[in-house]
Design a protein around this ligand. Sequence first.
Ligand code: SF4
Length: 286
Amino acid sequence: MGLNTKNHDRDRAGLKYVYPVVSRRSRGVSIGINLNPNNACNWRCVYCQVEGLVRGAAPDLDPVLLRQELEGFLDQVLSGDWMEQNAPPEARRLNDLAFSGNGEATTCPQFLEAVNVVADIMDARSMSHVKLVLITNGSMLHKVNVQTALERMESSGGEVWFKIDGGTEADRLRINSLAIPDGRVKENLQQCASRIPTRIQTCMFARDGEEPSEGQVQAYLDLLQDQVEAGVPIQDVMLYGLARPSAQLEASSLSTLPDEWLIAMAKRIQAIGLPVTTYGAEGMLS
Ligand code: SF4
């Protein structure tokens, strides 16, 4: 079976750190970099698709292996026949390299070293047309080594997708299983957006058959509006519903929201001055 937008098989290339994926969001082939082969994340989002997810941090990095795997895989994708063998014709385009694994990449003790390895390879191959993306929950962005890594990514044309799923500590506890204070979210977002183009990624869904309440929606909008009014340079928002089943205990209580609900939500985000791209269960809505 070829890769498609619902097949995110991280073992397909048989490597430890590097895996290919055709992403509904990137509309092409993405090379993922998984710094969490131990399935450890410092959060536990109820919609997380990582099977066997455990609470914790990424393990020590083997930078030599990361370099070998990425160089070898890029050779196959850029000069070999990997695209023809594995990707449908409409997706035979290398869109991005993304730190996006089975846990939070920035918890890797050598996250800066990992970014240096990847950015150096991209620079050496003149891959400025390919994006370098960090998909993060933003929880470690107050750390100096992570901030330095963002600056290195920015110098290679990188961008960050910063997860915000709830507007209050209580909502984030319910969704991400960690009570992250508002101040920490705002400060980390500011640290991030002041260094590198930063996009917000938000997942919304029904729980026990109930849509997010008006209070929850308004709190989320207020948090974003605060940041816009404070001059934090957020690029845009990627609003998405559930596309694939959760691998967490709460899976059976989660369900997709109607497309109309997501589109109405997107309009409310746009009203505070942020561009929005909306993804429903079957792909991009607007
Ligand atoms: S931050 Fe990402 S990897 Fe971690 S639990 Fe949430 S969805 Fe899963």
